[in-house]
Ligand binder design. Structure first.
Ligand code: 0X9
Ligand code: ZN
Length: 780
């Protein structure tokens, strides 16, 4: 409410009013009204060095960008400051013309919603008291599911309130997932979103069996407003206040709570300057708000995961955030993979793109809750930056009609997270399940075990396999490589056999986890013969260039590549040095010799992919190649792709094999059956089109070791011999016929205890092997 002026205004007041009317001067507020930001712009400038950066930071009213450093940053400035930036030789780019206009629109939207006779709580933002009342109401409406309570007080004595949500019954051994909003006062969407989450979890329990099942297994604990003093201040005084309201004793106020945690406290990306928006406080946990949340987290031994909700940027940030460090395995892979799954799921709700990334890859922040929940409390910890994606859409001032869609997409992520963390363990195969094994050679593959709601019983991770489904299950322990990594090995078998297999592990809570959760993986044992291979040490007749190629640099060549951040240092061939590469010279900087201005095409010579006939298991031709692709560096990452085509009519027509867009930044070997795409012939060619369509995008590609492989079995696994006479050349050698000779030969092997009769490869000759042979025999 505006305070009427009762006395003759002083000169100072008149000047202030004039400045306000003309939209100049710094942000200001009357005694009872929020500070105004009239005429202030959000601009992007690019200070060239530390001195210029410091000058910009000292000059500007506030820092607006996520990232602060030499190079592009965004700041809030008055018109006068804008002129000064230009005078410094910078070229400010205006992103938001007038931040007050956005704030006024936010207020107007809220006022309109308040007039609504039956306003849904989430079509609007709410002050501290109303959010706390709402949380208490949610608990009161669902006494069987939720309990709200005060977990501590802020510096100014406001209550920090939490709500605990779980299904009826004994919850003492249910995993707990913890969320909080509003460490940062101005990020209004974060308390709104976590309140929405609490509301949906409780209200959907009765109607959505998925939510009911989840809440019967897991507990959610939510603190919507950590920084209650700061949040209140953004309503009463300064909409863009970030820190708490600590009186620093030097005329400045506020500690950045998200720099006050005891994890690398005082390090990079925090400030000892009391005036700074990232002021870390006088010591770790100097602030009551961080102490209260710390104790709340540590008090619950059931806790497994935590998310600290912020805005903005649409980011799913995982540890580590204070230095260029990775969590050790298996956590590293878990964070990378699961954060990607969360982003994909969020995208599927309203098409909102969240970027999963490591905190430090955004910028360094020391003493943050996201790192502390992981390193300090031993939880899987994230920082999620909610909508919008950029300040061009308002930044911290997000229109209230975005609350519900934000809540809806995050609610799906909450369900996925809850379901994942109620699993005792997570089993994954980092390289996927093997599908083809070479005959007479064992097959090893990687298995990863991540501990979620429980821990792994030592020694319990195991492979279960069976030959031809009929040969009985054999169980072998996995080899433990440490750090959650294991190796599984399926023994060698003759061509034509099939193996079904699964992985199991026991958890300390008494449960068993299986992969796949239903059915089995299937492995085919086949003979593989390399009929053609091109190690690319010399040019066997490749063609560089095609009609329509316009690339001016990074043209394909046969070379020994020079390594860069985007290009390999070594070729793929073990004994070689050369490969096909988009300009093998490193050049002067990443952008120097990469593909630019369009496409460069590389076409292989004709290769013979015809298959022999008359095999027991028909031979199939596979085309295999090693490829390199990098497009995630530079200013416009991931703008391009590399289509790979195959032709079986000597290049007259082409079929797409794959469109490479994942940036492995390493050699990846691809192998696929030729007859999946084209009819195998004696004139099969491959074509690789590396292209740069967006400007500023770095594209580097390589090709090596193109090969044709034949896979199949010449003889049936029941075909053991051509003769029963040890003096015959055909003794013990398959002859293409499954007949009585083979049957008696097997009986002999079996009677003599020959390991060739051990068809289930468990080192015991028994009825299982006997019946396994009968089945093979019956199948021809
Ligand atoms: O700087 C922060 O505290 C968070 N961003 S915000 O704009 N909401 O203030 C992000 C912290 C995430 N951690 C790292 N980037 N290391
Ligand atoms: Zn924040």
């Amino acid at each position: 409410m505006r305070t009427p002026i009762r006395h003759t205004p002083s000169l100072g007041v008149i000047v202030a009013l004039a400045l306000a009317l003309f939209g100049i001067g710094s942000a200001h507020a009357g005694p009872d009204e929020p500070m105004r930001y009239d005429g202030q712009r959000i601009v992007r400038v690019a200070p060239a060095d530390q001195a210029q950066l410091q000058a910009v930071l000292t000059l500007a009213e506030g820092i607006w960008s996520e990232r602060v450093g030499v190079g592009p940053i965004e700041v809030r400035v008055t018109p006068g400051q804008l002129d000064q930036l230009t005078a410094m030789g910078l070229t400010p780019e205006v992103l938001i013309e007038d931040i007050q206009v956005l704030i006024d629109a936010e207020r107007a939207g809220m006022a309109a919603a308040d007039r609504d006779p039956d306003p849904s709580f989430y079509i609007n933002y709410h002050p501290y008291d109303e959010i706390i009342a709402k949380v208490n109401q949610i608990a009161a409406d669902h006494p069987d599911l939720a309990t709200a309570g005060v977990i501590g007080q802020t510096l100014q004595g406001r209550d920090i309130v939490g709500i605990e949500i779980t299904g009826p019954g004994d919850a003492s051994s249910r995993p707990v997932i913890m969320y909080n909003g509003c460490q940062h006062a101005r990020e209004w969407i974060s308390p709104a979103t976590v309140t929405y989450i609490a509301d949906r979890l409780t209200s959907d329990y009765a109607t959505d069996p998925r939510v009911a099942a989840l809440l019967d297994r897991a507990v959610f604990k939510i603190v919507p407003i950590v920084n209650a003093d700061g949040y209140s201040y953004t309503w009463s005084n300064q909409r863009l206040w970030r820190k708490n309201r600590r009186d620093n004793g030097d005329g400045t106020f506020g500690v950045d709570l998200n720099r006050n945690w005891a994890v690398n406290w005082g390090g990079d990306g925090s400030s000892g300057n009391t005036n700074s928006d990232i002021y870390r406080g006088t010591s770790p946990f100097s602030e009551p708000e961080t102490q209260v949340v710390r104790d709340w987290i540590l008090a619950d031994p059931r806790a497994v995961a935590h998310v600290d909700f912020h805005s903005y940027g649409q980011l799913i940030l995982y540890p580590i955030g204070y230095a260029d460090l990775w969590p050790p395995e298996p956590d590293r892979s878990f964070f990378v993979e699961f954060s990607r799954d969360l982003a994909d799921l969020i995208f599927s709700v309203h098409g909102t793109s969240y970027t999963p990334q490591r905190g430090i890859d955004l910028y360094a922040a020391s003493g943050s809750l996201g790192d502390w929940s992981y390193e300090g409390a031993g939880l899987k910890g994230w920082t999620i930056e909610l909508r919008p994606v950029s300040n061009g859409q308002g930044g911290f001032v997000l229109p209230p009609d975005q609350i519900i869609p934000t809540g809806e997409e995050i609610f799906q992520a909450v369900l996925m997270m809850g379901e994942q963390f109620s699993d005792p363990l997570r089993l994954t195969l980092p390289d996927g399940p093997p599908t083809i094994a070479d005959a007479n050679a064992s097959t090893s593959f990687a298995v990863r075990v991540t501990e979620l709601a429980s821990t792994l019983e030592p020694g319990s991770a195991r492979l279960i396999y069976s030959f031809d489904t009929i040969a009985g299950d054999t169980v072998v322990p996995l080899v433990d490589l440490g750090g959650g990594s294991f190796t599984a090995t399926i023994p060698a078998a003759t061509c034509g056999r099939t193996v079904d297999f699964a992985i199991e592990a026991d958890a300390a809570d008494g449960s068993t986890v299986r992969l796949p959760d239903q059915g089995v993986f299937l492995l085919e044992v086949l003979d593989t013969t390399v009929v053609f291979t091109d190690p690319a040490e010399a040019d066997l007749g490749w063609t560089v260039g095609a009609t329509g190629d316009t690339a001016t640099t990074g043209i394909w060549e046969l070379a020994d590549p020079q390594g860069t951040e985007a290009q390999p240092e070594d070729d793929h061939t073990i004994s070689g040095t050369m490969c096909w590469i988009t300009d093998g010279a490193a050049g002067n900087g990443l952008g120097a010799n990469d593909v630019d201005d369009g496409t460069t095409t590389l076409t292989s010579p004709a290769m013979d992919a015809t298959t022999p006939s008359g095999w027991w298991k028909p031979a199939r031709a596979f085309i295999q190649y090693a490829r390199w692709y990098s497009n995630d560096k530079g200013n416009a990452p991931n703008a391009d792709s590399m289509p790979v085509h195959i032709s079986s009519d000597d290049g007259a027509s082409w079929t797409m094999l794959e469109d490479v867009s994942t940036n492995a930044n390493e050699w990846v070997v691809r192998s696929s059956p030729v007859d999946d795409s084209v009819t195998p012939s004696a004139t099969v060619r491959l074509r690789f089109a590396a292209r740069d369509e967006g400007s500023g995008s770095i594209v580097e590609a390589g090709v090596d070791d193109v090969s044709i492989l034949l896979r199949g079995c010449q003889f049936s696994p029941a075909d053991l011999t051509g003769s029963n006479d040890p003096n015959d050349a055909g003794f013990g050698v398959p002859d293409g016929q499954v007949d009585a000779t083979d049957f008696f030969f097997f009986l002999d092997l079996f009677a003599q205890g020959d390991s060739r009769a051990d068809l289930d490869h468990n080192s015991v000759l028994d009825a299982v092997d006997f019946f396994a042979y009968l089945t093979l025999f019956a199948n021809g």
